[in-house]
Design a binder for this molecule. Sequence first.
Ligand SMILES: NC(=O)c1ccc[n+]([C@@H]2O[C@H](COP(=O)([O-])OP(=O)(O)OC[C@H]3O[C@@H](n4cnc5c(N)ncnc54)[C@H](O)[C@@H]3O)[C@@H](O)[C@H]2O)c1
Length: 255
Amino acid sequence: MRFQNRVVLITGSAAGIGAGCAQVFLDEGARVISLDRDQTALEKWLESLVPAQREQVWPIVCDVANTAQLQNAIQSGIQSFGRLDCLINNAGIHPPALTIAETSLELVEQVMRVNFIATFAASQAVVEELKKTRGTIINISSMTAVLGQENSTAYAASKGAQVSFTKSLALELARYGVRVNAILPSNVDTPLMRTWAASLPDPEAALDRVARLQPLGRMATPDEIGKIALFLATEDSSFLTGQAIEADGGAALDY
Ligand SMILES: NC(=O)c1ccc[n+]([C@@H]2O[C@H](COP(=O)([O-])OP(=O)(O)OC[C@H]3O[C@@H](n4cnc5c(N)ncnc54)[C@H](O)[C@@H]3O)[C@@H](O)[C@H]2O)c1
């Protein structure tokens, strides 16, 4: 029970990687402040939990792209549980494949707002609480931050911004014992991944191709990313800060 009596706030936690992180932390005794813009998905996810764990969740419907809503949700979550030990900036969107010419500046702004500005704003809103608990921030970035991704300039740039933000904030907060790290998954089997595949002519072939991008021969599961987050949130990783952990099943090897 490595997170007993401790509190984690996770954005986008009703599905996918966020839900995987929440489950891993709940299994370790955590209380979870759970933010998601999708009320139906949030309710469905809550119902899937065993009752004892459901009581440990403070769910808040919140669109992280709306900064005032995000700040209010964070304040009310922290007030409810009385402390904060970890923030996981996970909520993110991936637009369909588009060339730079096809990508409107409005779309660039939307992607940056959800994937990066919300990461910045949520981190800003929790710094003072994390100084009290010597807590941690974990940003869910992407391997596209370091490898790039064809026809995904806005998305990859937003994920790169999360990595450089991680390193700079780690420097700023190290003196307070607050650590900041990022996780860069390659491919994880989530609703986001399945929706992307469903938009292609042959979804099964697409998922198979994506699985084979990893030398391990498969995508990650959400709880595998959750376990890396747990490691980064506990004393097990006490000498790690400013790191971009490449959770890629070996995908970047053998160039
Ligand atoms: N799935 C992958 O292969 C993969 C790979 C690399 C990085 N990532 C990153 O992991 C994170 C989670 O991805 P996922 O695959 O679990 O996505 P997902 O779409 O399966 O789940 C994302 C959750 O976030 C919520 N969400 C989305 N936008 C939101 C907003 N504006 N406000 C509040 N909640 C919002 C959704 O409602 C959903 O519950 C993203 O930041 C994504 O970029 C995913």
